[in-house]
Design a protein around this ligand. Sequence first.
Ligand SMILES: Nc1ncnc2c1ncn2[C@@H]1O[C@H](COP(=O)(O)OP(=O)(O)OP(=O)(O)O)[C@@H](O)[C@H]1O
Length: 312
Amino acid sequence: MLIVKGVDFGYEPSRLILKNISLELKKGSVLGLMGESGSGKSTLLRIMYGLLDATKGHLYWDGTEILGPKYHLIPGMPFMKYLAQDFDLMPYTSVEENIGQFLSNIHKAAKQDRVEELLNLVDMSEFAKTKVKLLSGGQMQRVALAKALALEPQVLLLDEPFSHIDHFRKNELRRSLFAYVRKKKMTVVIATHHIDDVLAFADEIAVVKDGAIMATGTPKILYEDMRSLYVARLLGEVNVLPAHWFGIDEKEDIYLRPQQLKISAKGITGRVKKNYYLGTHYVIEVIIEERTVYVNNAEPLIEDTFICITVV
Ligand SMILES: Nc1ncnc2c1ncn2[C@@H]1O[C@H](COP(=O)(O)OP(=O)(O)OP(=O)(O)O)[C@@H](O)[C@H]1O
């Protein structure tokens, strides 16, 4: 189990970046760390890997304490791999040499097989002999992922691992990567602001805000829990609507996703401003009392006509 217990951290003594972080992650499970930019996700990954010393608190993997540079000459725990946002590749050597950099040269054929398996996993086989400096950012990121997997670490810490990958390849890469880590029973923490990186793949999501964990739960539970606007917005599109529109006697706004609203014969009246085609359906932008509301619909609607919306 990966245990983070009451961790505080500040780059400067006067400003805490992480505040009383506690997490528990079962072996072989995947945790998505979500939070807006600057919330402290990368800092937490660096502490989990032992690159920084926690100001307060402790971290353990499988009973072994994870310690930072104060205690280790070479920071970073050997049973872990941390893939940072800068890829840490050797630019003047080939893709295959980069991926195989830390693999033993004693069994040459086994090393070659392993490199080929990883090249295949990240769909970079045709670039095996290409020097890394000639690759695009997305291709470099795929090589860096393969390199991080090469020694089959027990714990894999990934910081925005798909941020440079082109859209059409992203889904395929996410599916292959998570299938691979599941097969190998690796424990994974992935920091991201993109819900698509984790919604279908993580066992749990921890939401970080201003250096503190503000919510944890399965992707489904967090996606459906609309109490916090910060959490709801991180996990998908949200409408912020006055409760009284829906006959609820509350002064506060309520939060509803576009698929929780529908066009209906009765309901609150609004003017159609725009249609957005999303392949499987349209998102209709509707103006109601000067607020913009997004609602899903199978068909586009005529702009500037008046329609009614209601809760599904
Ligand atoms: N080396 C550093 N020295 C001082 N402050 C830093 C350092 N690295 C990060 N910070 C600060 O710590 C806070 C958290 O940064 P961090 O990179 O952990 O956030 P993040 O959630 O990973 O953001 P992003 O999603 O943009 O990568 C920010 O306010 C940032 O400015």
